[in-house]
Design a protein around this ligand. Sequence first.
Ligand code: SF4
Length: 244
Amino acid sequence: MSGENGLGLSNPIFISMSRIFDESDLLQIAGVQHFFYCERQWALIHIEDMWAEDGRTAKGRVVHQRVHEPKYSRRQGDVITTTGMMVRSLVHGFYGICDSVEFIPSDIGTELPGRDGFFQVRPVEYKVGKPKRDNLDAVQLCLQCIALEEMIMAEIREAQIFYHETRRRQSVNIDDQLRTESLSLIKRMRSLYDRGETPRPEFGKRCNNCSLSELCMPRMGQGWSSVSEYIDHMASEQTHEKTP
Ligand code: SF4
């Protein structure tokens, strides 16, 4: 097989039709889950660079590492699978990693560099738990598909999520409604990111399960636009106290 991923896409990050966002200015697709949970939590992590890990997030990281570590391609029958594939959209300004992308021979598929024939492209995402009531997993997967489409110039209509707890795959239609919803979320994130704005804390039930609650101080920081601002203020207060 040619190239790092065996598909001739050894450096897929350079395959693109448009260049609007700079590669150093892309938002993480993985941040969507933080944003969905709490916009302030996302801003603390992705704008203010704060992070705290609990057992739940550590478990998620281990499962993902298992998928991401071996960057190889394997062939099962006619299907070629590549893992840990970085994808990015310079048109929409985000990036992420596809746990796994399957290339399935299909007469209505797309051509791939260095490969004969046509292939249907199907990303597969691996999740720790079981299917949830919200469609957040589908939104993240959709964003991966949008980025991958931009890179390989192919339309992706279907992707799948494998849930670790149920050990089953769930099919996701990458339709117009899901695309619009997913890109709307990215636009809102971009708006806050460009302004460097961390939303003020709003204490609620979700705060009890938030891995950033100690850093966020949702009951204390109501008057501060960022934790950095709050810490700077407290430091200056202490300096004044020590001054005779
Ligand atoms: S503690 Fe509450 S307000 Fe603060 S980041 Fe977490 S969920 Fe958001």
